[in-house]
Design a protein around this ligand. Structure first.
Ligand code: DQA
Length: 257
């Protein structure tokens, strides 16, 4: 089963090469576009617009117009559109679940991004509907799960990844917080085992200080994307893109026998 996804010349899911994604978390349009200019200059493989930080998120027309500009200005770098909910570590926003779904639908219909990230904790009918809309519009869909307090057991994490695949995700993603080094091993283990079980690419992240290890070495165990700071961090434990590129180059060189 071919797990790789080609997007604007980038290969997502190549076990030899995890992609680096840098988030954009500005609040105003001006800040966001400036951040984008700085971040694209650092040549990440992917950009994530964290729209939950945008101060006009309640105005879908403005969101779409800005998403289109981000998409255009990003050139050949694929863009992920994400609204991270407050319950999964995002910003508080004044939109209902239905309005959030409608915003995502408009992003798809306007092809204002390449990939959408929608949380598995959303209502099943919303997940299914958005899956259909994104598929018809040609956008890839990440279904994600976050736990900012702790690391659930391997069984729970595996179930989440399998659930994403069963709901039709193109990519399954889990980001969790470790309290101990053993939690980091749990995450790496589920990545390794999950990669054998699932027929879609995985993104897995352990956050915080200990979790930084997974941002550097998670690719070896089967995580296809790692998040790094271009200008601003969107989650604990992210390291600067320059440092991450150095580490990934060393890992890649050293692992060729
Ligand atoms: O879900 C993720 C992963 C993340 O939480 C991280 O830990 O790098 C950062 C978020 O911006 C992104 O949406």
């Amino acid at each position: 089963m071919e797990k790789r996804i080609q997007l604007r010349g980038k290969t997502l899911g190549d076990p030899a090469q995890p992609l680096i994604c840098t988030p954009i978390i500005g609040r105003t349009q001006k800040e966001i576009l400036q951040e984008l200019t700085h971040v694209t200059a650092k040549k990440p493989d992917l950009i994530e617009w964290r729209a939950d930080f945008f101060d006009k998120i309640e105005n879908t027309d403005e969101v779409i117009a800005l998403a289109k500009r981000i998409r255009e200005n990003a050139g050949d770098i694929p863009v992920i559109f994400t609204n991270r909910s407050q319950r999964e570590g995002g910003q508080p926003i004044p939109l209902s679940e239905k309005e959030i779904l409608e915003m995502y639908i408009e992003i798809c219909k306007n092809t204002a991004a390449d990939i959408i990230d929608f949380e598995l904790s959303n209502r099943l009918e919303h997940l299914r509907y958005l899956r259909k809309v994104s598929h018809d519009a040609g956008l890839k869909m990440i279904m994600s799960y976050h736990h900012f307090e702790s690391t659930p057991s391997q069984d729970v994490l595996m179930k989440k990844l399998l659930e994403a695949e069963a709901c039709g995700a193109d990519i399954a993603k889990a980001a969790v917080m470790p309290k101990t080094l053993k939690d980091v091993l749990t995450l790496l283990n589920v990545t390794y085992e999950g990669n054998k079980k699932l027929n879609i690419p995985l993104i897995t992240i352990s956050m915080g200080g200990y979790g930084t290890l997974t941002r550097m070495f998670g690719g070896v165990f089967g995580s296809c994307v790692t998040f790094a700071v271009g200008e601003n961090s969107s989650a604990p434990g992210q390291i600067p893109i320059e440092d991450l590129k150095t580490v990934l180059n060393i890992v890649q060189k050293s692992m060729i026998d």
